[in-house]
Design a protein. Structure first.
Length: 169
C-alpha cells in the first residue's frame, strides 16, 4: 500500500543529493516565501510580506540575530530552518533553537528536514559551548511532533507562554 501524500502523489524516495548550506542575502526571496507559507499552513496567518522581508533582510545581514540553513536539491532550495540562541545559566551553555522550519510541499516526507536536522545537530555537537537543541511546535501538528521524536527529540513538560505587542505578532 502506498503511503498517503496530501497531493495524491506517490511517496518520493529519500534524496541522496540534498545539500545543506548557510543562507546568504541572495536567498532572501526564498526564505520570505517559505516563511509566508509556513505561517499560512501551520497557523492560518497571513503575514505582511514587507514586514517578513525586512525581518529576513536584517537577519541575513546580522548573523548575531540568527542563522538560516537551506536544503537544496539540484540547485533548488527545497527547505529551510533558522537557528537562534538562548543562554542557559543552569547548563553554562547555549541552546540552539530550531525555528522557521519549512520544506516545500513537493519534497515533504522524503528526508529534507532530516538532512537539515542532522547537519545542525552535528554542528551543535561540535561547538563546545552548545548544550542542546530545542524547538517549539504547534500542539496540533502531530506529523511534525512524530518527525521530531523520530530524530531523538522529546516533548518536554514546559508550555510556551508569550505576550505579543500589537501588530508585531
Amino acid at each position: 500500500m502506498e503511503p498517503h501524500r496530501p497531493n495524491g502523489t506517490k511517496e518520493l524516495e529519500v534524496p541522496t543529493n540534498v545539500v545543506i548550506r548557510q543562507a546568504v542575502i541572495d536567498d532572501a526571496p526564498d526564505i520570505v516565501t517559505f516563511n509566508l507559507s509556513l505561517a499560512k499552513e501551520t497557523e492560518g496567518k497571513l503575514l505582511d510580506a514587507g514586514v517578513v522581508g525586512r525581518g529576513v533582510d536584517r537577519a541575513l545581514r546580522d548573523p548575531s540575530r540568527c542563522q538560516y540553513y537551506l536544503a537544496e536539491i539540484a540547485g533548488r532550495v527545497t527547505g529551510q530552518t533558522m537557528i537562534t540562541r538562548e543562554w542557559s545559566d543552569w547548563r553554562d551553555g547555549w541552546f540552539w533553537w530550531i525555528q522557521s522550519v519549512y520544506v516545500h510541499a513537493e519534497f515533504r516526507r522524503c528526508g529534507v528536514f532530516r538532512t537539515l536536522h542532522t547537519h545542525i545537530r552535528r554542528e551543535a555537537r561540535r561547538a563546545p559551548d552548545v548544550c542542546g537543541l530545542r524547538l517549539y511546535v504547534h500542539h496540533d501538528n502531530e506529523r511534525a511532533i512524530e518527525t521530531y521524536q523520530r530524530l531523538g527529540m522529546i516533548v518536554t513538560q514546559y508550555h510556551l507562554c508569550e505576550e505579543a505587542f500589537g501588530d508585531r505578532d
